[in-house]
Ligand binder design. Structure first.
Ligand SMILES: Cc1cc2nc3c(=O)[nH]c(=O)nc-3n(C[C@H](O)[C@H](O)[C@H](O)COP(=O)(O)OP(=O)(O)OC[C@H]3O[C@@H](n4cnc5c(N)ncnc54)[C@H](O)[C@@H]3O)c2cc1C
Length: 517
């Protein structure tokens, strides 16, 4: 062992002993003898967990959020209340979003507070993020911090030659015999990915409301991650636990994954593997939206369709005073207009869920369009993390540096105009939901921050999602952040496919003993 290693050892030794002590004191700690730890219980974390458990390995999953559904991991919308009241669901989604980068505001500053005191206090957003340039911010970019929140996995056939197509959703549709009964739309969430039998498997443990804080490289071989410090958020005092295992898989989202890496780099004096592309190449889509109230002509035409005539007749007989002749319980439409080189954006048109209780959702349509940004690399679009300011969980505060290229600005203008014209051909606008650009970050489809590639200079992970320079650190990259360029469809299914490939690689290496250091 050379001098450098001895020096590192002396600095880190006591810290490790202390953490290990915390763990050993915690006799009933479930975090022992696992093959892999996964940070994040979203679709990616659950994909890895399922693959590893089914291959016979032991998995500990850590998430900062709390279980909020029964069974855990259900898509929220699967609760009866949201099935029958999609407006309530829409508002509940908003309530679960935590804005990642709220810049300091000069206005409305409470003069009873010492300005400096707010730096340390995450509950007061004023001055939480003083170094964020508001002009370069993605002010709507959000994390859910919510265990097992679940969003629909959806995909579409990008190669379709049709101008529009049904938007296939990972949704189970159930309709009873009674035509008046509202049919259920059960959406896929992390629970469906992991599966009940794996969740209940003795080889799986879920550690909720624990924050993954710092990954430690091995002292005498920094290409191996040796431990992860997690913090029990519900405990005061000795609340940090050291997890030691063979493989470390981080699936914490496009901002929180690089945040955990960054925190680990600045907190470890022996971290000597550079990750120059971390947080770079950030792509986020511009999103335009509106809500349409269908015109009488369109409703009339729709109802003249022989497919519906029998149901419409029955509905009119049962509800002679209903001014809308559309039967209750008709599944809401979901269509997509695919991305093409000529029209470089994609659109979703979907029924229901106006978000306002005064409108009958049978006659409203949501209309969203998403671009596929170019030039993010040239513009040096990125997320960085503050050394001095912390977010509300005590992790380094994210700061965005994002510009729109002239080319994209031009495309976005066309996208907006196209959406408006198309919407007008279907009806009027729901008051308050006229066509608009949503604030930057609203698409919540960020990619690129832990990009996949072959060069360490321009990417963070290799094609198996292992962090360049590491042997057991499957930065399993999170979510959609590993995708190479901007996306031309919603990201989750592609991310899951990449996670399966990466999990297969990990399983192969576990079988070969490649992680028995
Ligand atoms: C409202 C909304 C609607 C969406 N709709 C769609 C859609 O229709 N189709 C689609 O393809 N995509 C959609 N998306 C995007 C989709 O949700 C993401 O692509 C997907 O959730 C990413 O999965 P993930 O597992 O990588 O990350 P996430 O699902 O974000 O999960 C990350 C998990 O990590 C946890 N975490 C973060 N930091 C830490 C830490 N330090 N320690 C411990 N735990 C941590 C979080 O609590 C979270 O549970 C939507 C997103 C939102 C917000």
């Amino acid at each position: 062992m050379n001098l450098k290693i001895c020096f590192r050892l002396s600095i880190i030794f006591f810290a490790f002993i202390e953490k290990a002590y915390t763990l050993s004191k915690n006799e009933d700690s479930p975090i022992k003898n696992f093959d892999a730890v996964i940070v994040g219980s979203g679709p990616m974390g659950c994909t890895f967990a399922r693959k590893l458990i089914e291959a016979g390995y032991k998995v500990a999953m850590v998430d900062v959020g709390a279980s909020e559904s029964n069974p855990p991991g259900q898509h929220f919308i699967n609760a009866y209340r949201y099935q029958v009241d999609s407006n309530a669901f829409k508002n509940s989604v908003k309530a679960h979003m935590h804005l990642l980068s709220v810049p300091t505001s000069d206005d409305a500053y409470p003069d009873t507070l010492d300005q400096i005191s707010t730096f340390e206090n995450g509950t007061i957003h004023l001055n939480q993020n003083p170094d964020q340039d508001p002009q370069l911010n993605l002010r709507a970019e959000a994390a859910s911090y919510c265990w097992w929140h679940g969003y629909s996995l959806e995909w579409r056939n990008a190669k379709t030659s049709k101008k529009s197509s049904e938007l296939p959703l990972a949704v189970r549709y159930e309709k009873g015999d009674n035509p008046d009964e509202i049919p259920f739309n059960f959406r896929t969430g992390p629970h469906d990915i992991l599966r009940k039998e794996n969740f209940e498997n003795k080889n799986f443990v879920l550690i909720e409301q624990h924050l993954a804080q710092i990954l430690h490289p091995k002292i005498d071989n920094t290409s191996i991650i040796d431990g992860l410090i997690i913090k029990n958020l519900l405990k005061r005092g000795q609340n940090e636990i050291l997890i030691k295992t063979k493989v470390f898989i981080i699936c914490a989202g496009a901002v929180n994954t690089p945040q955990l890496l960054y925190n680990s780099m600045i907190k470890n004096s022996n971290w000597d593997i550079e990750i120059p592309a971390l947080g770079k190449n950030l792509c986020e889509q511009t999103m335009t939206t509106c809500q349409i109230v269908l015109s009488k002509e369109i409703v009339k035409k729709m109802l003249e369709d022989p497919v519906w005539s029998e149901d419409v007749k029955k509905h009119k007989e049962a509800y002679p005073n209903d001014p809308i002749p559309i039967p209750f319980g008709v599944p809401s439409p979901h269509c997509s207009i695919p991305y093409t080189d000529k029209r470089p954006w994609y659109c979703e048109v979907f029924g229901g869920s106006s978000g306002t209780s005064y409108v009958d959702n049978r006659v409203t349509l949501g209309f969203n369009c998403f671009d596929a940004p170019h030039n993010s690399e040239e513009l040096n679009n990125r997320v960085e993390f503050s050394k001095k300011n912390k977010d509300i969980y005590g992790m380094p505060q994210p700061m965005f540096y994002v510009r729109t290229s002239e080319k994209d600005a031009e495309i976005n203008h066309k996208m907006f105009s196209d959406m408006t014209q198309t919407a007008l051909s279907m009806g009027g606008f729901l008051p308050g939901n006229e066509p608009k650009f949503l604030p930057p970050g609203s698409a919540l489809h960020m990619t690129g921050t832990v990009r996949m590639g072959t060069s360490k200079e321009t990417s963070v992970v290799d094609t198996n999602l292992c962090v360049h320079g590491f042997r057991n650190f499957t930065l399993e990259l999170m979510a959609s952040s590993q995708q190479v360029k901007a996306i031309t469809a919603n990201p989750t299914l592609t991310s899951v496919a990449l996670a399966i490939k990466s999990a297969n690689d990990i399983i192969k290496k576990l079988k070969e003993g490649a992680f028995d250091f």
